[in-house]
Design a protein around this ligand. Sequence first.
Ligand code: PEP
Length: 248
Amino acid sequence: MRRKLAAGNWKMNGTAADLAEIAALIAANPAPTIDLLICPPATLIAQMVWSKKNHPLAVGGQDCHAKAAGAHTGDISAPMLAAAGASHVILGHSERRTDHGETDAQVRAKAQAALAAGLPGVICMGETRAARAAGTTLDVVGRQLAGSTPDTATGATAVIAYEPVWAIGTGLVPTLEQIAEVHGFIRAELARRFGADAQAFRILYGGSVKPGNAAEIFAVADVDGALVGGASLKSADFSPIIAALSAS
Ligand code: PEP
């Protein structure tokens, strides 16, 4: 049985003042029955870990370098994230792939570094609007899944996030049939590669998940949770999504 995961990606948003939202999130979800993860900017990881005290909320990074240390100005390594208290790291988000030209090979190397540091990677993939229109969604997702996921990944050490690029931050959402098709495809590809352990991988959906659409998305087969951007910034938005996932 896979444990559900509600993950929030704060992107480049948040300063210490926003830790009040974590206090509100904890107050609204004192004893969660699913896994909760917030990935704030790296500047907030240690403070967030400290401020949540013993609450099971996990805190993660949004990216890491493939190397553990060295002359890479501005970068952060997986062991550094772990030392700051992070327990997960988002990798290969479409904004990293677009803004920084990250390739599948680079994402895989980062995921390997995260594994070595004991941080499960939330490995992101998804088609562009053009690929969806061209009917190549499964080709794109299959290529990204194969290229970005390390051979040593397991259901315990990696999470897959299907995030159509055209749905991120746009308010657009695929149909439930489209989500089911891609999640089923990912599960089948994982089974081809990892055998029975494929059943242990959590596959998150991401892209404009909101309180109003969460329940129907979470009812789709092979949707094990969500990676949420905008609606994770405020407890008032994220808590109803957590409630919908808990009830699914
Ligand atoms: C994301 O950043 O991964 C994301 C899904 O964003 P949003 O929920 O705002 O579409």
